[in-house]
Design a protein around this ligand. Sequence first.
Ligand SMILES: NC(=O)c1ccc[n+]([C@@H]2O[C@H](COP(=O)([O-])OP(=O)(O)OC[C@H]3O[C@@H](n4cnc5c(N)ncnc54)[C@H](OP(=O)(O)O)[C@@H]3O)[C@@H](O)[C@H]2O)c1
Length: 283
Amino acid sequence: MILLLGGSGRLGRALLRARPGGFVAPSSGAVDLRDAGAVRTAMARWRPRIVLHAAGFTDVDGAASRRAEAFAVNGVGTGHVATACAALDVPLVFLSTDHVFDGRGGAPYAPEDPLAPVNAYAASKAEGERRVQASGCRAAIVRTAWLHGPDGEDFVGAMAARARRGPIWAVADQRGHPTPVDGLARWLLALCDDAPSQPWTTWHAAGTPAVDRATWLETVLPWATVRRTTTDRFPTPARRPRDARLDTSAADAAYGPIHWRDTRWHVLRENNTSDVSALAFAR
Ligand SMILES: NC(=O)c1ccc[n+]([C@@H]2O[C@H](COP(=O)([O-])OP(=O)(O)OC[C@H]3O[C@@H](n4cnc5c(N)ncnc54)[C@H](OP(=O)(O)O)[C@@H]3O)[C@@H](O)[C@H]2O)c1
């Protein structure tokens, strides 16, 4: 059995959909990562074969003004999980982010490239990665990007809502990897199932191909009027990496690429499809 942390989140819900009954998924109230004792107690109670840590303080702009909170969860809290895993020799899968790179490299980042976190959220995730490495536990650090899915609010959903009222502006100078949560869930479960032969290393598992945000929206919302613009015209509290392309070749070869082009949930919604999640991978 897998202990899933972050089961109520966007990725967590996709994992629970992908393998009903495959997880124990305590709420953040039952197991708050900031509470080392609660984490230890959960590990001792459930004795999981793997911990899949998809929990986090994920408000990228909010972390700019709430840095301490972001570090308490993503840095210190992740350290609590890693320490508990090391103590019981339970492998850990930890989700991290493309924001740990500053986007100035000019080429896709390899998993072993040096980190240069671009904002406070990313710095807290990099601190989580550092604590995982320092704990000595067997760990897969999985960096991903631009998560979107059939339920809940996400970037595509928010833009689709705006596009129904008129033209939308989208930046064409930020490149990255749209990653459908169901595709990432499938990839993560393949990694967990392969635990006995795992190299326990750092992976870049994200949607393919890399694309700029405007092209992404034009592709998944073909009915919308998308106007292209640049990041300097839409300042946000937290900086984003301009070129956050990741070298996903090892992850693609190991457990299959994660395709995003066909995940047109919002097209399906426009067509009044009732069971959106069932059609998420309709081709
Ligand atoms: N979203 C993206 O585009 C993106 C990109 C790259 C990497 N990631 C990483 O991927 C992972 C999953 O992201 P997501 O978008 O699915 O996240 P999400 O929807 O924001 O969900 C976050 C989850 O973390 C839980 N959580 C928050 N604080 C906690 C605490 N103190 N103790 C225990 N649990 C806590 C939340 O529980 P409650 O619901 O109870 O608050 C929720 O289940 C995260 O590690 C994130 O950093 C995300």
